[in-house]
Design a protein around this ligand. Sequence first.
Ligand SMILES: [Cu+2]
Length: 156
Amino acid sequence: MSRHAQSQKLIAAACAGATLLITGCSTSNASRNTEQPHPVTVTVANSFIPKPINGNAGGFMIITNESDTVDKLLEVKADISDDVQLHETRDGKMQSVRAFDIPAANSRSLSRGGDHVMFMNLKRDLNVGDNVQVHLIFEKSGPVDVTFDVRERTSR
Ligand SMILES: [Cu+2]
């Protein structure tokens, strides 16, 4: 992680606590690159796909938004599926949603039994240890490429 990203992260962490009490907490600082109209302010961790048991696969990850405004995950693309959906789980049933809000200076965890990415009608077999390149498209941060690794179904 670059020095700049590190400092942004610390600022975001401080804001996460401070915004409970005061509004207008900003991550703006002199070192921000103003030539980039849409700086990427999201980071993704622990991205994985449990080995699928039928023709579809779930995808999990933790998305952190280091900015002071809400971002949205709008679309997901990958070469393993022509139909990648965003699903939430309500009363034990999955349903498709248009986007996932990623709250300001906070994280959203896509995890088993909750929100997830759904790769429908897989175009090839996935085995434990495989890496899948996934293209995430955010409203503010734009495109972010992430590798999902295929893990045993019991992993978290
Ligand atoms: Cu699903």
